[in-house]
Design a protein around this ligand. Sequence first.
Ligand code: A2P
Length: 277
Amino acid sequence: MNHHVLRDGHEIPAIGYGTYPMDDAESEANVSEAIRRGYRLIDTAAQYGNEEGVGRGIRAASPDVERDELFVQTKLAGKDHGYDKTLAACKESLRRLGLEYLDLYLIHWPNPSVDLYVESWKAMIELREQGLVRSIGTSNFLPEHLNRLEEETGEMPVVNQIEVQVQYQQEALRGFHDEHRIITQAWSPLGRMKALAEDSAVGQIADQIGATPAQVVLRWHVQNHIIPLPKSANPERMEQNLNVFDWELSEEDMQKLHLAHTGIGLKGYDPRTHEEF
Ligand code: A2P
């Protein structure tokens, strides 16, 4: 499995398995299958309501793949923002997952109207000091939120997980990440396959090189140093999505995909106004 090294020194796999929107039973079956097929990074969230199933899936993959070979990440829900609530919510996530530590804990959304994400960030720093989480990050944060974390705590996240697809490339935000050595993770990297099926550039490249449209898009993420987190409940597609490391897109194809940006994302939520709890 290819890796990136985070700014804090920890290694993170270059692709991960997304578990939204799967319930506990689906997560249990599919997470263990995904691990058997080669995934080592598993992404979930308190808000998905599937942490218990994800935890059972992780245990079902043992002893073939043990906990220390995996990178498990989950996210703090908006309803739990605030210092004390964040400490308690992390422990609840660990309990539901049946784990002793998280590799990465993310604040799911900034929820700026609540205005407690800085307090949550201070609690995440404390959770890392206590050894309950190894690395800390954010999701759906914009430069204004990231700058505020640095101003008030002296620290930015090592990962920011955002919506990035070929149609919605988030170049400005990714540029900010690069300046601050923040790794970009992409949620719904396939855009749930909605716009992809209609995208002629993706389809043409896929036909030319004998890959699938999903593989072309995931390879585009990987070649842009973005960690994609595709979800699939189908074992063959799980494996297909992992097979994007032993071949390359040409510069010309990367340029064609660059031009496929429409600015229309699957969700395209604005984190300044979009609130999730
Ligand atoms: P399935 O679970 O039946 O494989 P995203 O990760 O962008 O949220 O997209 C997930 C959606 O894309 C799911 O509906 C999933 O369906 C589908 N999907 C995942 N991988 C592939 C693939 N390689 N080819 C076609 N559809 C895929």
